[in-house]
Design a protein around this ligand. Sequence first.
Ligand code: PDD
Length: 300
Amino acid sequence: MNNLPNIVYLNGSYLPVEEAQISVMDRGFLFGDSVYEVVPVFGNNLLRVDEHLTRLQNSLNRVSMVNPLNSKEWAEIFSQLLNKNQGEDRAIYLQVSRGAYPVRDLSIKENYPATVFAMILQVTPPDMEVVSAGISVITVDDFRWHACDIKSTSLIANVMLKQQARVANVEDAILIRKGMVTEGTASNVFLVKDGIILTPPTVHATGNQLLLPGITRDLVIEIAEKNTIVVQQREIKETELYSADEIWMTSSTREIAPVIRLNGEAVGVGMDAGVAGEMWKRVMDLYQQHKLLLRSSNEQ
Ligand code: PDD
């Protein structure tokens, strides 16, 4: 974040962030009973906003909350916020909580007004030199629940997992559940092996939802397939990480980050071990081209 004016949206009003206040009885605050989205914006164009609103609707449905706004109303808020908070690369953060009840009670009341909050995050455009230097990660045990498709603000598990990475002096962690790769603490995971891109499926064979279906994940798959690169969505064993040619982590704010060290060992084989790989360069380049197109048009 920088020092640009920060006007946020809260329950129908636009106001400076310091003046935006909610009740201490808000269920988002008391229980983490709320869901959120982060939508990247390049120039004035939103990346995949329809997909983000569809995922928001999925999160709301899953927790039995009614969407307080329709797509047109969301679009109006986004446009007002972008006008009030100028910048180049930005992201829209939005959050819907179940609102503030008079007493602390887990039970849900029907027809209670939600708390709706949105703000603009100023994003530093990726410096290719820094990004291509790659990141170091560790593997950690994914002790989260079976409903990871809900983009919930109950992120304490993710906070704890990220802290394990911090304590280990690395940027991030790849989460492992019963020997299988799920995702990152706030990103999805890709592997490259023998020219094929691999990523875990959004729904596990058991029907459990062990990862968030990332919008960047979908875009990366789409861009790769359009360019005749083979992508397989299948379960990935932790052991496959150690023989992968490349590992990437993707998210709306991080885009595609190459992982160059895993648990202290260089990722990849031979001369190319420990540096961002060729496939990453190719797909990252395609992703940047997609962004450039979006920046200069209204295409999503
Ligand atoms: N997080 N998995 C998790 C657990 C995430 O929190 C995120 C994104 C992703 C990637 O989703 P997408 O490509 O749609 O950004 C995967 C956002 C960026 C955040 O919490 O800030």
